[in-house]
Design a protein around this ligand. Structure first.
Ligand code: BTN
Length: 244
């Protein structure tokens, strides 16, 4: 495992994709600044300063695509929650992989797959975590409610230590996860889940669906109860939780 630190890049995911051939399995691309960070559903991931985490895991586990690979974002969200707990916090997960503190988003995860025909060339698993953000900058970023670790613990966070902890924890159970898939983290995932039995709205590539978030399957899918019908969602993003 190798961490390649760049002073500035458009996006660590772009860098990983553009240099995929030359990068070996388990290389980490970290940038101190990102000028064109992007997220899920074509959203932007804004650079909030040099003391935040912008990083991509370059993974080349095999040349064919196994089911467990599509759950790597959920695996990483659980790993991040475990790291955040070491700071005395109570993180939660909003399906599928947003990590929140006190209902405010602190991190985003974006996985991109590179295929050549039917051959898997690599998986790029990008993560951004707000570690050190000026309170006045937090509001101008997005209309969504976000936070940063320094604001939650009232203390500056050491980017290098945080990165080391996150990467080490990620690889601790990575091989086991690839072999066994979501079911081995399901209970941990559910312990962090903040949306179960709530009325939710989910953004999918086919539009918005709503219903009660009834359960999570052994494959990490969200089961929505909608007019007594079960809707099983494999991808999407909960964007509203309507609490009573
Ligand atoms: C999201 O919440 O929509 C996902 C955001 C992912 C942001 C990270 S920052 C490092 C990596 N590089 C990118 O351009 N995106 C990911």
């Amino acid at each position: 495992m190798q961490i390649l630190t760049l002073k500035e890049v458009d996006s660590t995911n772009f860098y990983a994709k553009n240099n995929l051939e030359a990068l070996s399995d388990k290389t980490i691309i970290q940038a101190l600044r990102q000028t064109f960070g992007h997220g899920r559903f074509s959203r932007k991931w804004i650079d909030l300063g040099g003391e935040n985490l912008y990083l991509s895991f370059v993974l080349k586990p095999s040349t064919d695509f196994l089911e467990s690979y599509s759950n790597l974002t959920q695996y990483l969200s659980v790993v991040l929650c475990e790291v955040l707990e070491n700071y005395g916090l109570k993180p939660s997960i909003k399906w599928p992989n947003d990590v929140l503190i006190n209902d405010k988003k602190i991190a985003g995860i974006l996985s991109e797959t590179v295929m050549q025909g039917t051959e898997l060339k690599g998986l790029i698993l990008g993560i951004g975590v707000n570690l050190n953000v000026d309170k006045k900058d937090i509001k101008k970023v997005t209309d969504k409610v976000i936070t940063a670790l320094n604001l939650e613990i009232n203390e500056k966070v050491d980017l290098q230590n945080f990165t080391k902890d996150l990467v080490a924890k990620f690889f601790e159970k990575y091989d086991e996860f690839l072999l066994n898939g979501f079911r081995i983290i399901k209970q941990d995932y559910l312990n962090y889940a903040n949306f179960l039995n709530e009325n939710v709205k989910v953004e999918t590539i086919n539009g918005t669906v709503s219903g009660i978030a009834a359960s999570i399957t052994d494959c990490g899918e969200l089961v929505l109860k909608n007019n007594e019908k079960d809707l099983v969602l494999t991808s999407g993003d909960i964007f509203i939780i309507e609490r009573e």
